[in-house]
Design a protein around this ligand. Sequence first.
Ligand code: FE2
Length: 250
Amino acid sequence: MAGNGITIAHIGDPQLGFADDEHREAKYREDLVRMERVIDAVNALRPDVALISGDMTHRHADIRRDWPRLLQLFKVRVVVTPGNHDVLQRLSREAVADFNAIFGHDYEALDVNGWRIIAGNTQYWLDTDYAEGKARYEEWLKHELGQAASLDGRVILAGHNAPFAYRPDEDDGYENCPKSLRFKRLEAYAAAGARFYLAGHMHRLVVRGTGGLTILSAESLSLNFDDRPFGFRVFKVADDFSFSWNFQQV
Ligand SMILES: [Fe+2]
């Protein structure tokens, strides 16, 4: 049954310690303090869900350092979509296991106020030696998108990477889903009736649309290539699909 809309705190790449070797430790501490401020602001806001769009630390080796403690500080439900710095550019079974040991799972679907959030692991878009994990993920996604088709468009997709950065037919690159899969994915999202896609990874403000799908990629919390200030987005969507995605600086 439909509720009264949904509010999601959409938090872009924390990427704690995004700096070269010499400056990483100081940058890590600076980014950590900022992340704690974001958690305080999110707790004050009390959204239905806090979505962190991946790349939790710059170095995978640092992922266990503070995130178990930081997760405990949230007073709202937290959903995390893993990024290339979390489960690695070429996703590995070991990195997924490390991620899951902290965050519980690397993809999930949840129902909130009559909306279905399908939070994926977009690193499975790329080549991996973890074929079994990839096959399991594809089965799960197919099932979830199939189920979502009955929800009259109350479907929000989330992933670290957006399917494309500029145009649906752009060439393959660091920021998008490979073309060999991209159109298939976009068709499946459309068949599921998904209206929104919340992403990160690009470290800049990106708003795109294709068909009925609006793609929103938030600023990072570590380094913004478009010089945007640090903060997170408050995504609010009503039952009539009208929405806002306002920036909250921290
Ligand atoms: Fe990334």
